[in-house]
Design a protein around this ligand. Structure first.
Ligand SMILES: [Mg+2]
Length: 220
C-alpha cells in the first residue's frame, strides 16, 4: 500500500474563486475617483504574474505599490473571501477538513488573510505557507521582505524547507503552482480549472481537474 499523499493547495482562484489582491484593491480604492482605472491596472498585473509574463515578485510589488494598505481593510477582505469559496471546495469542505493533517495551503498572498479564510474551511492555520505584512513607519502595511513566497520559485522553496512528507500533490491554477513541480517539490501538478483556465499552465500540467472531487481523485 502506498503512503497517503500530502495535498498542497494554492489559494487564489483555487480555494477561493477570486484573487485576494483584486478584492483588496476593490476595498482599498473604494470611493476614489480613479477606482475603475486603478482596478483594471491591478487585474492586468495579476494576470501577467499568473501567466508568467511578469515575475511574481514584480507583480506583487507593483500591485502593493498601487494600494495604501491599512490593517482596518483586512477584516472586510476576509469576509469577502469567505463569501467567495470556490463552489466545489465549499461543497467538499468536510472532506478537506477530515484530511486536514495532510493538507497544506501555499499562497503568494499574505497569511493575514489566507489563514483566517482557510480556517473557515476547517483547515489548519499552521499549515499555511504564505507571505506576510509588516507595519511601515506611517502605520500602513507593506510586504515583509522576508516573505517566502514572493519570488518565482518561492512556493517550491517553502514546501521543501517545511519538509512535507512525500508523495506530494500540488493543486493550483497558476504558473507559480506549476513551478513547484518544475523544481521537483511535488510528484504531480494538478491544474485546477474550475475558476480560471490558463492555457500556459494547462499545457504543463500532469492532470487537469475542473473541480475538487476530480483533483482529489488523482493518485501520486
Ligand atoms: Mg491561484
Amino acid at each position: 500500500m502506498s503512503a497517503q499523499p500530502t495535498w498542497i493547495f494554492d489559494f487564489d482562484s483555487t480555494l477561493v474563486r477570486v484573487e485576494a489582491l483584486d478584492e483588496l484593491a476593490d476595498i482599498a480604492l473604494h470611493g476614489r475617483a480613479d477606482h475603475a482605472a486603478l482596478l483594471t491596472r491591478i487585474k492586468h498585473i495579476t494576470n501577467q504574474g499568473m501567466e508568467g509574463a511578469m515575475t511574481i515578485e514584480k507583480s506583487l510589488r507593483q500591485r502593493l505599490d498601487l494600494l495604501a494598505l491599512d490593517a482596518r481593510m483586512l477584516p472586510a477582505l476576509v469576509e469577502r473571501l469567505c463569501a467567495n469559496f470556490t463552489d466545489s471546495v465549499w461543497r467538499g469542505r468536510q472532506r478537506l477538513s477530515d484530511m486536514r493533517d495532510r493538507v497544506w495551503v501555499v499562497s503568494g498572498g499574505c497569511r493575514e488573510w489566507v489563514a483566517p479564510v482557510v480556517e473557515r474551511l476547517g483547515l489548519r492555520t499552521d499549515h499555511v505557507m504564505a507571505n506576510w505584512l509588516r507595519p511601515r513607519a506611517d502605520g500602513l502595511l507593506e510586504l515583509d521582505p522576508a516573505s517566502p513566497c514572493a519570488v518565482d520559485s518561492g512556493k517550491a522553496t517553502a514546501i521543501d524547507a517545511a519538509g512535507l512528507p512525500r508523495p506530494r500533490l500540488m493543486v493550483g491554477d497558476g504558473m507559480t503552482d506549476w513551478r513547484v513541480r518544475e523544481h521537483g517539490a511535488c510528484e504531480r501538478f494538478i491544474c485546477f480549472t474550475e475558476v480560471v483556465r490558463r492555457e500556459a499552465v494547462v499545457t504543463r500540467a500532469d492532470v487537469v481537474a475542473d473541480c475538487l472531487d476530480a483533483a482529489l481523485a488523482v493518485r501520486p
